[in-house]
Each structure stands twice: as C-alpha cells, then as structure tokens.
Ligand binder design. Structure first.
Ligand SMILES: [Fe+2]
Length: 289
C-alpha cells in the first residue's frame, strides 16, 4: 500500500487569510465556547429547577369561596376538593339557589352536602331546594331542633369532602346547638358565635351569653393566632379576620370577663330579626316554606 502524505493546507486557503489565523485559533474558540456554555448554564439553572418544582409541588386541594346574600348579610361558604370536584355548601340561603347552582355548574363541582352552623332566624336555608336539585345530603349540628336532616354532626367529629377535612366545634351560646367548623386546620367558619369585631346575639333560640363567652374564649381563641376567621354574617363589608386579631380587637371579648360580657349582651336591646317568625320554623324543616 502506498501512503500519500498530503502537504499541510495553506493558511490562506482554509482560514481565509494569514491574519485571521491568530484571532480564530481553535484553542481560543474552544475556551470561548466553554465560557459561553458555563454562562448559559448559570443563567438557565433557575428556570429548569422552578419548572421541576412546579411539576412536583402538591396541587392546592381546597377550593374556598365566600358568597354573600345582601338582604340578610349572610355569608355562604362553598368548599370543594379541587381534584375530586366534590363540594359542600355551608349556610346556603334560599334566595341564592340559582347563584349557587350556577357556580357549581361553572366550576364543574358535585354538591355532596349542605351543612348548617345552626338554625337561623334571619333567613331561610336553601338546603331543601338544593337537595331536590342536586341530590345532596343535609347535615345539621347534633341536638338541633329539627328532625329532617339526613345526618347530624357532633362536637369534634370530622367531615371529609375529598381530601378536605371539616371538623365540628360545638360553640353554644348564640343557639344551644350551634357549631363552628374548622376547615383543613386553617379556615374557621365561626357561624354566629364569633363575628369580625362582634358576635351573634344571645337573647333568643335558647341563647346563653355565658356559654357563648366560654365557647369563644376557651375553644375558638385557643386555636393558632393565624387561623382565618370567616363569620356567617357581616354588616360592615368585612370579609375575613384571624383568631389573633379577634382576641386582641374584638370589643365584645377583649379585656372583658365572663360577667362583663354577659352584662353587655343582656343590654343590647336589639329588635328581633324581621323574618324570625317565618325563618325559624322553616329552617327546622330544612327550609320548607
Ligand atoms: Fe343566627
């Protein structure tokens, strides 16, 4: 075999001229490319990690909506597991059935339960209507003056909506069977036991100011300060507070002893709710008008 040795190419043929040889030397290009690659990697690092984190981050499990009825200043709460799409309505209002059905439909939710904090005196519950429209079940606090609920929930018991946990906390005083509900240990639905800078009245429906003081100060106020407080009513346009805020600033409780609170509640002299004679018997039958 004959080996032919080719002469090295002329610089001018390959690189286009003797002067460029120095500025575009292979070794130099290799170093420059290496540096460029390092810089690119540094600038890109946060992006892929962020993307990866988002891929594996747990998806928010709870859907939480605060809905308002202007006439009675009532908050209804829609809570759902955003993955299983199961939902519950707490304290639904009869006049808002269409609104509630629409939001359930728009969000693709299946209503499993209607749950009450207590038998209301200022509005009629939508539970009966929602049951016939959706097939959901009604749940009332244990010992509520009603016989038409599908189920009753007792103090400390837990209700599950997919992965969302709702724990009942007996908070008598506004009514004798009133319940607050702690949702996922972060959102506290206080019903009429505790309002933002106020509380529900205690002068009818077996109300008892001393019991309300005990329930709020010994149960609700022992929850972590950052627990969110969502009441069943607000008359000032306030939407949410925290346990820490209410402990410090609620004028009914802050700095008041049990007897001072009882005296204060005994002298509110409030007129009875307009719909009381209609609402209480209707609500004892799940909202039957
Ligand atoms: Fe009430």
């Amino acid at each position: 075999m004959r080996i032919v040795k080719y002469p090295p190419p002329k610089r001018s043929t390959v690189y286009g001229g003797g002067n460029l040889w120095k500025t575009t030397a292979v070794e130099e290009i290799r170093v420059q490319a290496g540096n460029l690659a390092q810089d690119l990697l540094k600038s890109l690092n946060p992006i892929p990690y962020a993307v990866v984190e988002n891929w594996f981050a747990p998806k928010p499990a709870m859907l939480f909506r605060q809905l308002f009825d202007k006439e009675s200043s009532t908050y209804t709460y829609l809570i759902a597991d955003s993955q299983t799409k199961e939902a519950i309505l707490i304290d639904p209002v009869l006049e808002q059935v269409e609104r509630d059905i629409q939001i359930l439909r728009e969000l693709g939710l299946t209503l499993r339960y209607c749950l009450e904090t207590h038998i209301h005196a200022d509005h009629i519950t939508a539970t009966r209507q929602l049951k016939s429209l959706t097939g959901c079940l009604s749940i009332m606090p244990e010992n509520a003056q009603t016989t038409c609920a599908d189920s009753y929930i007792a103090d400390g018991k837990m209700l599950h909506i997919g992965n969302v946990q709702i724990q009942a906390i007996a908070t008598p005083g506004h009514t004798d069977s009133h319940m607050a509900y702690l949702v996922n240990n972060t959102h506290l639905l206080t019903g009429d036991a505790l309002f933002i800078r106020g509380c529900g009245r205690t002068d009818f429906q077996s109300g008892d100011a001393g019991l309300l003081y005990d329930a709020v100060t010994q149960k609700l106020f022992t929850l972590p300060d950052d627990t969110l407080v969502y009441p069943a009513h607000d008359y000032q346009g306030q939407t949410v507070s925290t346990i820490g805020e209410e402990k410090r600033w609620n004028p009914r409780f802050a700095g008041h002893s049990r007897s001072q609170f009882m005296e204060l509640m005994d002298n509110l002299n409030l007129p009875y709710p307009k719909k009381m004679s209609e609402a209480v018997p209707a609500n004892q039958h799940g909202g039957k008008v």
